[in-house]
Ligand binder design. Structure first.
Ligand SMILES: Nc1ncnc2c1ncn2[C@@H]1O[C@H](COP(=O)(O)OP(=O)(O)OP(=O)(O)O)[C@@H](O)[C@H]1O
Length: 222
């Protein structure tokens, strides 16, 4: 469950990017976050992942008020929400599987178990056999899958992704969204920011739209 109540967000002394945002996302929903460039889609996702604090208002994730979460509770949020940002932040000085193992090292899982879990995650996104390649040796679509594998390796209940199909051809974009759909079908709440409305409307069941500082919660995809 995700709930925003009267959320405002500005950066520094700048204008409000988000102003008085209210919505609730139920477990298992597949949400399309839409809106023109610069409208605040990434900002909205970052607030859910705890990567940015709201300027005002409250953000709840799975019943926890995360804008007031003490530092010691942060690891909970890191496990609960799998984040795939636009810049995928893959590390090119290590293998694909080592990238996927990173979040497991952070929570202190031993290396053998971490390797097994990471291998299973890579298999789920269709990257079996690519474990020992460097991320530069795989295609853009495969790098996107690798970022998804790293985001799901901690078995999050929520997945957020920022433009996961940007720079990919239509067919590859569909395959990426099929991966998200598979996780969504087993109950993972999914929010994806995208400019590709035709593609997203065939996957999402609801749209949250941000435009000119206004926020629209569209039941059904529009
Ligand atoms: N860290 C930051 N510091 C200052 N301003 C920022 C920061 N991050 C984003 N902004 C500004 O906030 C506004 C919303 O940005 P955001 O990235 O959330 O939009 P977006 O809808 O995701 O855009 P796009 O579709 O182009 O990715 C923009 O005007 C941007 O310049």
């Amino acid at each position: 469950m995700i709930e925003f109540q009267h959320v405002f967000k500005s950066y520094g002394r700048g204008r409000n990017i988000l102003a008085d945002i209210n919505f609730r996302v139920e477990p298992g929903e597949f949400i399309f976050v839409s809106g023109p460039s610069g409208a605040g889609k990434s900002t909205l996702l970052k607030l859910i992942g705890g990567l940015e604090p709201p300027s005002r208002g409250s953000v709840h994730v799975n019943g926890h008020r995360i804008d007031r979460m003490p530092a010691r509770a942060r690891p909970y949020l890191r496990r609960a929400v799998g984040v795939i940002l636009q810049d995928m932040h893959l590390l090119y000085d290590r293998s694909a599987i080592d990238n996927v193992m990173l979040p497991l090292a952070v929570i202190g899982l031993d290396r053998r178990q971490a390797r097994n879990r990471a291998r299973a995650a890579m298999e789920k996104v269709g990257l079996a056999g690519k474990e020992d390649l460097n991320p530069v040796e795989i295609s853009g679509g495969e790098q996107q899958r690798l970022a998804i594998a790293r985001a799901i390796v901690n078995r999050p209940t929520i997945l957020i992704a920022d433009e996961p199909t940007a720079n990919l051809d239509q067919e590859t974009g569909r395959r990426i969204l099929d991966v998200f759909r598979d996780f969504n079908r087993v109950g993972v709440t999914t929010l994806i920011a995208s400019h590709d409305k035709p593609l997203m409307t065939s996957y999402a069941s609801r749209t949250l739209r941000i435009e000119d500082g206004r926020f629209f919660d569209l039941r059904g995809v529009a």
